[in-house]
Write a protein that binds this ligand. Structure first.
Ligand code: DON
Length: 307
């Protein structure tokens, strides 16, 4: 299969479509991006890399970072994590607070904002916020072998200045004792990992361990057990696109995690990791062309978790 031609064709086809998606502007710094960037990177488990468009330009990975913080938190506390975070799709927007009251401060899953804030709180245990943020960054640098990956400080500041909902979520969960550190420390970790900037190439490489039964195929280093990789993929499939997770599974059929910066990381178990970037979002806060591109790639390659 000629993956290079395939992704070039997808980019070509999409360049002829109108894109009425909107760039996220509730974090003011995110609104400054050129909305018409478009990039794809496919990294396969045999070490090949295919790219098209703006695949080397770093962008704000936002919620895609939650895949990596979940991986680290599972490494830290194992299955004890599930006492503090659920594993069910929420059917609600990413920043929703409504279920938290009835469910006693236990967020539905690790990918909605409330869940990822609990994960940040888990990672903070025994660390200062700065060391915890450094650990997350180090993990991504190790996964990719690319030490240029960094946090965009303007995005982190912008999130800190406007993160009223996240602050509400964290305070609310603290009232149920599901946030154990000072709220501003936990949120500091959360805002900074969301503000990490990575390119499609870097993201696809970072996600490869999930396509390769938990082993980073570039280094041969086991990142997680096979079982854990499978479970992280399951959560990406069921919860990775918030209240559009069902639609993404239906259209694309691969585990995927989106971010409001317009990035999506999708995993093809046994084959490849795919990262796409297009900042214009649909009404659920997921990349409009990113989802379309993945749908086209899945259709043309036959890559699917569902046969
Ligand atoms: O907390 C927020 O709102 C952002 N830092 C991350 C949200 C996000 O990426 C949702 N994904 N589509």
């Amino acid at each position: 299969m000629d993956i290079q031609k395939l992704i070039d064709d997808v980019a070509q086809a999409l360049s002829r479509y109108p894109n009425d998606g909107k760039v996220a502007d509730y974090i003011p710094q995110l609104a400054r991006v050129d909305p018409d960037h478009f990039g794809i990177a496919v990294a396969d488990v045999d070490g090949r890399l295919f790219t098209t468009g703006d695949a080397e330009i770093p962008f704000s990975i936002q919620s895609v970072s939650k895949v990596f913080t979940l991986t680290l938190a599972l490494g830290r506390v194992g299955d004890h994590l599930w006492k503090r975070v659920g594993r069910e799709p929420s059917g609600s927007p990413f920043n929703s607070i409504v279920q938290l009251e009835a469910e006693h401060g236990i967020p539905r899953n690790p990918f909605i904002n409330a869940g990822a804030i609990v994960i940040a709180d888990v990672l903070l245990s025994g660390h200062q916020p700065k060391a915890c943020i450094a650990e997350i960054l180090h993990f991504l640098r190790e996964l990719t072998g690319d030490f240029s990956i960094a946090i965009d400080p303007a995005v982190a500041r912008s999130e800190q200045e406007t993160g009223f909902r996240n602050r509400a979520l964290a305070n609310y969960m603290q009232s149920f004792k599901n946030i154990t550190h000072p709220v501003e420390h936990t949120l500091g970790v959360y805002f900074h990992h969301c503000a990490i900037a990575m390119s499609c190439v870097q993201l696809a490489r970072a996600g490869l361990y999930l396509a390769n039964n938990g082993v980073n195929p570039t280094t041969g280093f086991r990142v997680v057990t096979r079982e854990r990789a499978r479970r992280i993929n399951a959560l990406m499939m069921t919860c990775g696109h918030y209240d559009a997770s069902g639609d993404f599974a239906f259209r694309v059929g691969l585990p995927g995690k989106s971010g409001v910066g317009g990035g999506i990381l999708a995993i093809v178990p046994g084959q490849a990791a795919i990262a796409v970037w297009s900042p214009r979002l649909n009404k659920n806060g997921n990349s409009l062309f990113g989802s379309l591109a993945l749908e086209m790639i899945a259709e043309k390659t036959g890559w699917s978790t569902f046969g």
